[in-house]
Design a protein around this ligand. Structure first.
Ligand code: URA
Length: 247
């Protein structure tokens, strides 16, 4: 990919577009061992070797992180009150990362953070029906009757009937009168899971996403921790989207 030198440096968080121009004019930047003083110089991100004050820097067009989102953090890029999921990705060199979809502030678990708009679009497209699996603690007893209701497509309210969803009962906690369930949905409406359980007279007390398509939350990640996706994980997410039929 060809890109202007000042944009490249700004993308890599070496400063704003205007402050990196100063770096360039100050003869701090070399491309293939030649000092470059024109910010508009086009560089080839696949081949050229860029140094800032003598240190070689790398450029990756896209970055992909798996975050175990903790409760209390919002799924946004900026927020005036709360910490955002993007702020948790401390060692990224990119400033254009965003979360793929949203988890509620109090929801934990798998969130993909990337700057790959095309993959994000594919994963979020309502036409692709990407499956999302959650573990939830919900109030009361959940029965086979509820499993059937979810399977048939639950009428949540006047406006919204959920697509068929898969519900498994994991265990019942008699002491607290709560049920641990696993639920898979194939769409992503606002507060969908909470609304589905409310529709059957229950309530979500704890919610954690454990997978999205082929991507499975790494069990070694504690809430707030993240890691880069492996190339296998990236490839299978991309391949899955290409193969998935649109309806
Ligand atoms: N459904 C919800 O209700 N909340 C989430 O965060 C995700 C799915």
């Amino acid at each position: 990919m060809f890109i202007r030198l000042d944009k490249y440096l700004a993308d890599m968080k070496f400063g704003t577009r205007s402050s990196v121009k100063e770096l360039i004019k100050g003869k701090q930047i070399s491309v293939n061992d030649v000092i470059i003083t024109k910010p508009e110089t086009k560089i080839n991100t696949d081949k050229d070797i860029i140094s800032v004050s003598g240190n070689v820097i790398g450029y990756s067009r896209y970055e992909y992180y798996m975050l175990n989102k903790p409760s209390g953090v919002v799924s946004a890029t900026t927020d005036s009150h709360d910490k955002t999921v993007v702020e948790l990705i401390a060692d990224s060199s990119r400033k254009d990362l965003f979360p793929v979809g949203r988890l509620d502030k109090d929801t934990e678990g798998l969130l993909l953070i990337t700057n790959d708009g095309e993959l994000s679009h594919q994963l979020l497209s309502p036409k692709k029906h990407v499956d999302k699996t959650y573990i939830a603690d919900v109030a009361g007893v959940i029965s086979q009757h509820h499993i059937n209701m979810f399977k048939e497509g639950l009428k949540v309210d006047k406006e919204f009937t959920a697509k068929p969803a898969r519900l498994n009962i994991l265990n019942y906690d008699k002491l607290n009168d709560t049920t641990k369930v696993e639920i898979t949905i194939y769409e992503g409406k606002f507060h969908q899971i909470k609304r589905m359980f409310e529709a059957i007279g229950s309530r979500v007390l704890y919610l954690k996403r454990i997978s999205m398509g082929s991507l499975i939350l790494d069990k070694s990640l504690n809430p707030g921790e993240y890691r880069k996706l492996s190339s296998e994980e990236i490839n299978s997410l991309k391949k899955e989207q290409t193969n998935r039929n649109e309806d």
